[in-house]
Ligand binder design. Structure first.
Ligand SMILES: Nc1ncnc2c1ncn2[C@@H]1O[C@H](COP(=O)(O)OP(=O)(O)OP(=O)(O)O)[C@@H](O)[C@H]1O
Length: 332
């Protein structure tokens, strides 16, 4: 068990991710290779909190979101570790041999995938999509309740008569959020829920997600490549690089005292009004997750790297005796 998850069971901890490894298996030149998309992730998510998982494209965010939801298949397998959800006395788990998370899909754990169209059946009107969801969970379909729920996400009730392709991008995303929250799940995992939207719609949707989380006191996991969206939204943030979490902590603290060089790079890319300094891109390119470097994954791009970084894969260690963790040979 990793240091981060070796804690006493506290009622406020809702999700425990322990040394989770989830790999894709792909054929390359007739040889099966592992894409180590999630490679030893440990996390604790507190009940009624908002966690943002941030990182560049290809670092494994979507894969982590999928496995947190329990959406594994023959191509994506859990090879080690586990995810455990605690709902009061009830416990649901995903490991190489067990997957009981499907039992709580929609009712306790909901997933908003990247691209709202993938969550909405394109050949069903919105009313039928809600009807399918209600009946498949043994909930009576009451149109009045659905309309009130749509109002909560600021959608007019006439959308119930429309097909997903007839809605604007923002309306589709609100519909997806309405669907995901309809059965009042305790945990909502949203993968880049605003990436295809204009800036104004994006801000409105993010405000809506935060309002829902605070009113329903649910636990929210928000996946994004855009670190500038995190303040004001997330209580905690996890920075992901090369399939691993490299820094984790309260958002305010990570922003005010970033420790990992990769976090510092990400923060330095945020534009601020009046700042005329030239923004430097992060040097180099992301590593291959088929053949990652043996030591620190960020080492090939890190300007401060030393011999130890090439040889030793750093663990996520606590730096303040509280909730700030970092995986760096030089700043642990
Ligand atoms: N179905 C798949 N089969 C094989 N490899 C995959 C599959 N999906 C993703 N990958 C690989 O897994 C790694 C992590 O991808 P993932 O989509 O989780 O990253 P991400 O951080 O969410 O990126 P993005 O923000 O671009 O979606 C990448 O190397 C990607 O090429």
């Amino acid at each position: 068990m990793s240091e981060l998850t070796r804690v006493e069971r506290k009622t406020s901890v809702q999700i425990v991710v322990d040394n989770l490894k989830a790999y894709y298996f792909v054929e390359q030149d007739g040889v099966t290779k592992e894409v180590k998309a999630v490679d030893g992730v440990s996390l604790k998510v507190e009940e009624n909190s908002f966690l943002a998982i941030v990182g560049e494209s290809g670092c494994g965010k979507t894969t982590l979101a999928k496995v947190l939801y329990g959406a594994v298949n023959s191509n994506l397998l859990i090879v080690e570790g586990k995810v455990c959800y605690l709902f009061g006395e009830a416990r649901y788990e995903l490991s190489p041999t067990v997957n009981t998370l499907r039992e709580v899909w929609w009712e306790k754990v909901a997933y908003i995938p990247q691209g709202s169209l993938s969550a909405l059946n394109p050949v069903r009107k919105l009313k039928d999509i809600f009807l399918d969801l209600a009946t498949s969970h043994g909930v009576p379909f009451e149109e009045g309740k659905v309309k009130a729920h749509l109002e909560m996400v600021q959608l007019p009730s006439h959308v119930l008569r429309m097909y997903p392709f007839e809605l604007s991008g923002g309306m589709r995303q609100r519909s997806t959020i309405a669907l995901a929250t309809f059965l009042s799940p305790r945990v909502i995992i949203a993968d880049e829920p605003t990436s295809a939207l204009d800036v104004v719609t994006q801000r409105n949707i993010l405000r809506l997600l935060k309002d829902i989380q605070m009113k329903a006191k649910s636990t929210f996991i928000f996946i994004t490549h855009d670190i500038s969206l995190v303040p004001g939204l997330a209580d905690f943030m996890a920075i992901m690089y090369g399939g691993c979490i490299v820094e984790y902590g309260p958002t305010k603290e990570v922003f005010s005292q970033p420790l990992h060089p990769y976090t510092k790079f990400l923060l330095s890319t945020i534009p601020t009004i009046g700042d005329k300094t030239e923004k430097q891109p992060i040097p180099g390119s992301p590593i291959s997750l088929i053949d990652p470097p043996p030591g620190c994954r960020f080492c090939p791009r890190c300007p401060y790297s030393k011999k130890v970084c090439k040889e030793h894969k750093p663990d996520l260690v606590n730096v303040d005796g509280q909730k700030h963790w970092v995986a760096c040979c030089l700043c642990g």
